[in-house]
Design a protein around this ligand. Sequence first.
Ligand code: CDP
Length: 250
Amino acid sequence: MTNDVPVIAIDGPAASGKGTIAIALAEDLGWHRLDSGLLYRTVAYVIDQWNLDYSDPETIQDHIRNFLSFSVGENPPNADSHKQIEFPKVSVHVQIQRLTGSKVWYNAQEITPVLRSEHISRLSSYAARIPTLRNELIPIQRELRQPPGLVAEGRDMGTVLFPTADLKIFLTADVAVRAQRRFDQYAKDRKQTYEEILEDLRERDRQDMHRGIAPLKKAEDAIEIDCTYLSVKCVVEKVLQAVPAALKVA
Ligand code: CDP
């Protein structure tokens, strides 16, 4: 791992605005961005598609090893970049892109929008409780620590993945405000009521905070920002103000 490459770790509960803040920061700094939640969503999708058994983590781990491939770049994957596989004849390819956001292909078909559905959100929180699976995803995420820097967002970026991150942010917001934001975000093809989204977020937070491995919690040295009453612009400004001191840039 390239420990000398700077990292900003952003953690927080569901729909707290981590993604939006991470994109703004990565763009401003010209750094790579890791949307770690997308990896858990991908795995949840695979478990769902292939009807894998949550009580059989070894098989899930095997599937991840054999059928998931990852790459960093700005172009769609070509056939060569998929892992050669025997059975079943499928491959999942996650491409981590610096500016336009990560994309995921399942058998060469892009499935990124499907991964954002509330169905997959719910399943991802189950998948995220499996220790072997989390361990499998650690090196993939750490590989992203590449020059000139990485903005990493998720639940365990500051606590487990990048404990030596230069700057750690813990974003919170009232759950009712988070539910309203997610409700507004999916305005075009909304499938859930506000109350259903609120209940899902509460349940996911509960699971994420109370699981045995890498639970969602604030790293001791993280700066906590409550964005219940703050605009995205305001939060980005706050974080950007903290960057020079954290990176020891004059
Ligand atoms: O965007 P949102 O905050 O709703 O979710 P996400 O960041 O895409 O993460 C989806 C799920 O993946 C979470 O509810 C967690 O259970 C899990 N996750 C995790 O366990 N660790 C991470 N570093 C990122 C996500």
